[in-house]
Design a protein around this ligand. Structure first.
Ligand SMILES: [Zn+2]
Length: 392
């Protein structure tokens, strides 16, 4: 009997949906800026060291260098020099197209003015795009207009409903702002009014407009639940603003019980190093999905192990693919490349062990790459932002 295995052709017929990412920059970053975008630290590497000496740095030199016409494992200096010879649009075009991503769900709430818009991403990559709204940013936009505190709740509800006419879902960064150990209960409109009043007073006295109030953040999340939309949560690994011990998705357990029959779908992003806990939640709660995006890039050569661990309990119908890339096209390419490579390695291991059939492996790939995102986000057949030359 010939041993059958899966190869990259298993991905060829699947429309790859990146269910969580951002836009790319379109200028030539100097070395310091480039390094700042391949680490989750907000500080420069210590003097005499470089961020390239990391799993992600090695992966860029190994896998991205050949796309720019260099040998694999080219030095960081050679890589950046070659990159700077090309126009920024050309680098983006090259790496985004090589990623094989067909549809981006783009969250626009993080420094949206410094990166390409969803339409800009569609134009540059030749793929299509949809938009995801950041709940905390929406509240901040309302705060900028300084409405009466009593009007905040209705204003938020109206604005969210309006935006969800075209956006495919929302994201919450509660993990960053208040930790996931928040009170799961829905706040009353009176509590929201008092919290808005206190926040607006702070803003009037000169504080920057940055939502960190637990009542208002919980209100935003519950308003999204009422809209029965897809709600992304930042989980686990992120920059040094997060208190990682308060980013375990198990902290959402009670809130997930309360929302199980709401009609909303919850997508847990990144999840590392709590991806096994996220897998448990996706296993027991019908409305929960999860991914290991972001982590795949950062763990580089170790990504097959993380992918395997994330697929221990997560049902085939609940795992999602994301790059969580922001800024550099390298991160979209690697997010996709390492994911496909790792997933093939993992599934082929199960096939070789006579545990899984090739057909089961193909089914898993179709579900993770496309079907699960289409179901979780109720994606329309026609994306909102189309690549040039594609008509609805
Ligand atoms: Zn993100």
């Amino acid at each position: 009997m010939s041993v059958q295995r899966l190869d990259v052709s298993a991905f060829a017929e699947v429309q790859l949906v990146d269910h969580h990412c951002h836009g790319v920059i379109e200028h030539v970053p100097d070395r310091r800026e480039f390094e700042s975008m391949i680490t989750e630290s907000n500080w420069d590497a210590p003097v005499g060291t470089t961020v390239f000496d990391s799993q992600l740095g090695v992966a860029i030199r190994r896998h991205c260098a050949p796309l720019l016409g260099l040998e694999p494992h080219a030095s960081a200096e050679a890589y950046l020099a070659r990159r700077a010879e090309l126009a920024p649009a050309e680098v983006n075009d090259l790496l985004l197209k090589a990623s094989g991503i067909d549809r981006y769900l783009i969250e626009t709430g993080h420094r949206g003015d410094t990166i390409l818009s969803p339409q800009g991403m569609a134009d540059r990559s030749g793929a299509s795009a949809d938009q995801v709204i950041r709940l905390e940013r929406l509240a901040e936009q309302i705060a900028e207009t300084q409405p009466a505190p009593a009007a905040f709740a209705d204003r938020f509800r109206e604005l969210l409903r309006e935006q969800l006419r075209t956006a495919v879902g929302v994201k919450s960064i509660a993990a960053y702002r208040i930790g996931l150990d928040f009170d799961p209960a829905r706040p009353s409109d009176r509590e929201v009014e008092l919290a808005a009043a206190a926040w607006f007073t702070e803003i009037e006295s000169g504080s920057p407009i940055r939502l960190a109030d637990a009542v208002l953040i919980r209100f935003g999340i519950w308003t999204a639940v009422d809209e029965r939309c897809a709600i992304q949560f930042h989980i686990g690994f992120g920059d040094d603003d997060v208190d990682l011990h308060r980013c375990d998705p198990l902290l959402l357990t009670e809130w997930l019980r309360m929302t199980r029959t709401s009609g909303a779908r919850v997508t847990l992003l990144h999840c590392y190093p709590f991806h096994r806990n996220a897998g448990f939640l996706a296993h027991v709660f019908p409305h929960v999905y999860c991914d290991v995006g972001l982590a795949i890039n950062y763990v580089g050569a170790r990504s097959p192990q993380i992918i395997a661990e994330s697929l221990e309990l997560t049902p085939m119908d609940k795992a999602l693919f994301s790059s969580d890339a922001w800024g550099l096209p390298e991160l979209y390419f690697l997010g996709s490349h390492l994911f496909k490579k790792g997933l093939l390695q993992v599934v082929n291991g199960w096939i070789d062990a006579d545990e899984w059939s090739v057909a089961d492996g193909e089914k898993l790939i179709r579900r993770i790459c496309n079907d699960n995102a289409v179901r979780a986000y109720e994606l329309a057949e026609t994306p909102r932002f189309l690549a040039p030359g594609v008509s609805a």
